[in-house]
Each structure stands twice: as C-alpha cells, then as structure tokens.
Design a protein around this ligand. Structure first.
Ligand code: NAD
Length: 258
C-alpha cells in the first residue's frame, strides 16, 4: 500500500457551521488559522461566513474564505466545496460542526422537526464528508472531525431532547464505519462529544444562573468554552494525530464518566 502523503505546509481546513460569532466553529477556525491552516468557513449565513473569514484572514495572516452553504442540500454543498477547491490550497481537514438543537419533548415532536434535525446534523455530515473525501482519497491524506454531543451518550439531559440525541448518536456510528473504509488512504475520522459549552445554541446566550445550573455535576465545576473544544479539534486535525481514528473523544469536564 502506498504511504501517506507528506502533511503539506499549505493546506485548507473546511469548517461547516463556523460563522456564528460565539460558536464552537468560529473559535476552531481561529485556532486552526493560528496553526497555519488556510480556512474555509461554510455556513447557512453567507454574510456571517464571509465576515468571519475576513476577520480571521486579517488577524492571523492566512488565506480564508467564507461560503454560503446548506449542508443538508447536496447541490449547495457541491457548489460550495467546488469554490473552495478552486481557490484554496488542498483540503486536508474537515470539521462537521453545522448543527441545530431540538428541545421538543418526544410526544410533541413532528416528523417535519425530526427530519429537519437529522437533515442538518446527520445528512449534512454525510453529504459534506462524501464531497470532500474524493480529493482526500486522491491525495491520500485527510482528517475528519465531526461534532457529536454528550447528549448522544446520556440521552439528552442538557437542553435538547430525542431527535437531537438520536442524530448525534448517529454521528458516532457514521464516524466508526467511515473510519474503516478510508483508513487505507491515511484518512482519519473521529468524533468529539462535548458537554455543555458556552454558546448560543441552547436557546440563546446563557445567563450566569443558567451556566451555574448546567455546571451542576461537572467535575471541574464549570461548563466548557469554545476554546476548550477548538483545542481538541485542532489536535485531531494535526499531523501528530495520524494514528487516532474511529475514536469518540469526551470533552465534558467529567459530566459523563465512561
Ligand atoms: P451555533 O448555533 O453557534 O453554531 C451552529 C452553526 O451551524 C450556526 O452558525 C448555523 O448558522 C450553522 N448551521 C445551522 N444549520 C445549517 C445548515 N443547514 N447548513 C450550514 N450551516 C448551518 O452552535 P454551537 O454551539 O457552536 O454548535 C456547533 C456544533 O456543536 C453543533 O453541531 C452542536 O450540536 C454541537 N454541540 C454543541 C454543544 C454546546 O453545548 N454548545 C454541545 C455539544 C455539541
């Protein structure tokens, strides 16, 4: 079997759902840029994606692009990735972050809501990974990191309920199965499962009271920061992480001990 390609100095990380100012993706893009990655931010909000890319490029001195995408739509993903492939260094890293929450109790969950949550959180991860993998396989190098959640392991318990938990559990199975298929091409596929992180996805910006409530039971006594998660993804995307694949990394301050 041919060996792995050299980890290139000039390389792009694609991050979906990375435009929101206080989100995990935005912090991850910034940290990857600080490590010299070129950055492609793909988000439903094209304006926010462009603004985030401009800021990162200015502050970190790297090439960065913001592109509008709906990850659940194959044509939209194809167009967005084609734009990245045309204008940026080779895609070595992909982080699937685009996601929506769903706090609806089971008996009130409609089929429409169920499908929307799965379309964004799971089908989006499938579509974007498949589109990006063609190039990774051809170049015999890649790193995919997809965001699951502690909600998959504990059955919710923070904010979202069944549809969200099930979609995030699906990402773990997806990750393990995909890792088997693409390992021979020196492509690693991992998931990370964050506990509560201080972003706006749990129904808006968290108050201090809400943060304290969410921190109850967390061994380190606080909820997570976007930078905590960004640091883990940056490691898993890096050259040194080439022997880690099919793993699910807990990052939850000890809220889930497994
Ligand atoms: P966020 O709401 O700040 O970010 C989500 C981003 O996804 C937004 O920028 C949004 O525009 C984008 N998005 C939504 N639907 C999309 C679509 N169809 N196509 C493209 N982009 C789309 O939230 P966050 O907390 O930064 O969440 C990032 C990821 O981390 C999500 O998958 C979330 O489920 C996961 N996560 C978050 C937490 C937490 O506590 N914050 C915990 C575990 C997992």
């Amino acid at each position: 079997m041919p060996g792995a390609a050299t980890f290139p100095t000039s390389r792009t990380a694609v991050l979906t759902g990375a435009a929101s100012m206080r989100g995990i993706g935005r912090a991850t893009a910034d940290r990857l840029a600080a490590q010299g990655w070129s950055i492609a931010i793909l988000d439903l909000s094209g304006d926010d994606a462009t603004a985030a890319a401009e800021t990162i490029s200015r502050e970190r001195g790297v090439q960065a692009i913001g592109v509008r995408v709906d990850v659940s739509d194959q044509a939209s993903v194809d167009t967005a990735i084609a734009t990245v492939e045309k204008s940026m260094p080779p895609i070595v890293g992909l982080s699937n972050l685009a996601g929506i929450s769903s706090p609806t109790p089971f008996m009130e969950t409609t089929v429409e809501e169920w499908d929307k949550v799965f379309a964004t959180n799971m089908r989006g991860t499938f579509i974007v990974s498949q589109r990006v993998l063609g190039g990774m396989i051809a170049r015999r190098l890649g790193r995919i990191v997809s965001i699951s959640s502690i909600s998959a392991q504990r059955g919710g318990g923070t904010y979202s309920k069944i549809a969200y938990s099930a979609s995030k559990a699906a990402i773990i199975g997806f990750t393990r199965a995909l890792a088997r298929e693409v390992g021979e091409f020196h492509i690693t596929v991992n998931a990370i499962a964050p506990g509560p992180i201080d972003t706006d996805i749990m129904g808006g910006t968290l108050t201090d009271d809400r943060k304290a409530q969410l921190a109850d039971g967390i061994l380190v006594g606080r909820i997570g920061t976007t930078d905590d998660v960004a640091a883990l993804t940056t490691f898993l995307m890096g050259e040194d992480a080439g022997f880690i694949t099919a793993a699910t990394y807990d990052i939850n301050g000890g809220l889930q001990v497994s």
